[in-house]
Design a binder for this molecule. Structure first.
Ligand code: ATP
Length: 458
């Protein structure tokens, strides 16, 4: 009995112990998933930044590039975006570009935790505060954070917002309202206008191209850039058509003219070609470089319009007929087109150089498509490209008489009389000779140096 009692006790306690271990296992397992649920968000994080620089200092892409370097130490990052918005925004510094980054996961593939999100936000804020030119009146930085869930839930709102910042002038309150609706977080400095472009950059969608941005050593900032123009010309020859807008004639135009940290930017449609192109360019030492995804060179700022629907500060493509012969006014060339809804003036400015000769050669009756942006005052289209669809036939009167003499006018609308054989011809019966036009039908664009960032080269 004593032995049986002990065996019973051993079995009893062993079972109890097993139950306890299983219970402990279940509790810790649940706890583990509970902690995971609470601490790990498992979502991609979108970051948008804009309006940090001035013509004298810094560049928003530089902040983007520094952030990429810093965040890549711990996180998997998607390619950063440099998105150009409505080029008609008056208070832009240069090309109205906003930058956005996407944090995908930790480097080992684990999802982002609350701790990560907190860390990422802190580092973004630190970098923006360090590299923004707060002293410049026109610099009004803005940062936007958006979670993957809120991005996915609001895709349609974001698509429409992207179109809006490309086509219209947006008020900051409109952006704030959208951000509040979609659960976006924003930080504003001074007037905070940067949130408009910061969200625009996050909201952007294809078509995209690429730009490789090379940055200068800090000690060189503000000094003259050293870039061998010939090497850029050679690079252009080797990489075209996968790069574009590198040269204007024999002059390199990949370097900006402001004091910003950018040494040069090479634009193109293939990332690998951009890297090859960078290796071809002889220049001062590069501090760092980064390839951005961008909407440059895509014409996404242009939409088809009937003339009556055109409004100021937007990009248009208008099909019409030339309704006034081009006029030269100082260095600009001005003419008018009409369609079945109205008329509008079109203008080619001095920086468009020899492009103005194409415009000067237009005549009443030519059928054209005008690509450009609309100024408010004076209300006219600033031409970026012109498609000459059909040239109107041009004639002169054949004033040669069959006898070899010359037909002279008998007065306005009264016909002609030969000065030799005295034969008379009614006004409408005089023979017409078609004259050759100075231009041919086709697509023409302004020279590279006068091109907008968003303009798609022919
Ligand atoms: P950089 O190219 O060096 O970044 P920038 O030319 O982009 O300079 P910004 O200093 O960013 O010029 O100024 C442009 C301002 O216009 C930004 O505050 C941006 O948020 C805002 N913005 C962008 N798109 C629109 C729009 N459609 N309507 C109103 N404001 C806009």
């Amino acid at each position: 009995n004593y032995l049986l009692y002990h065996i019973h006790c051993i079995i009893h306690y062993s079972l109890l112990y097993c139950y306890f271990v299983i219970l402990l296992f279940i509790i810790s397992y649940s706890l583990y998933y509970f902690v995971l649920f609470i601490l790990y968000i498992g979502e991609i994080m979108f970051i948008g930044i804009d309006d940090t620089d001035s013509r004298d200092k810094y560049c928003t892409t530089y902040i983007g590039t520094l952030l990429m370097e810093e965040l890549e130490k711990k996180y998997k990052m998607d390619i950063p975006k440099l998105i150009r918005m409505n080029p008609m925004v008056k208070y832009k510094t240069r090309g109205n570009g906003g930058v956005s980054l996407m944090v995908l996961s930790k480097n080992d593939g684990a999802p982002l935790s609350y701790g990560d999100i907190k860390y990422i936000k802190e580092i973004v804020i630190k970098m923006v505060e360090k590299y923004s030119d707060f002293k410049c009146e026109n610099t009004n930085p803005g940062i936007v954070f958006l979670s993957e869930e809120n991005y996915n839930k609001n895709k349609e709102i974001l698509d429409n917002y992207y179109k809006k910042v490309l086509n219209d002038i947006v008020d900051i309150n409109y952006t704030k309202e959208i951000l509040d609706n979609i659960g976006g977080e924003y930080i504003i400095y001074k007037k905070g206008l940067g949130i408009i472009g910061a969200l625009g950059s996050i909201a952007s969608n294809p078509p995209f191209t690429y730009e490789l941005l090379a940055y200068r050593k800090k000690e060189k900032w503000g000094t003259k850039r050293t870039i061998d123009s010939n090497s850029v010309v050679e690079m252009d020859k080797k990489t075209i058509p996968y790069t574009y807008n590198n040269v204007d004639g024999n002059k390199q135009i990949i370097a900006p003219n402001t004091k910003c940290p950018v040494l040069y930017g090479i634009r193109g449609t293939k990332k690998e070609t951009l890297l090859e192109a960078m290796n071809e360019v002889n220049s001062e030492e590069i501090d760092k470089y980064r390839i951005y995804l961008t909407n440059q060179g895509t014409d996404v700022h242009l939409r088809n319009f009937k003339i009556k629907d055109i409004y100021a500060n937007t990009g248009v493509i208008v099909y019409g007929e030339v309704s006034s012969n081009p006029k030269n006014i100082k260095n600009i060339v001005l003419f008018e087109i009409k369609d079945n809804t109205g008329k509008i003036k079109c203008i080619a400015y001095e920086p468009t150089k020899s492009f103005r000769n194409i415009i000067r050669a237009l005549k009443i009756g030519d059928l054209v498509a005008i690509y450009g942006t609309v100024r408010d005052s004076p209300f006219e289209i600033n031409i970026e490209k012109i498609k000459i669809i059909k040239l109107a036939k041009q004639y002169i009167k054949d004033k040669k008489c069959e006898c070899g003499g010359t037909l002279k006018s008998k007065g306005k609308g009264s016909g002609y009389k030969c000065n030799k054989c005295k034969k008379t011809i009614p006004y409408n019966d005089i023979k017409l000779i078609e004259i050759k036009r100075d231009i041919i039908e086709g697509f023409y664009e302004v020279p590279v140096s006068a091109r907008r960032h968003l303009s798609k080269p022919l």
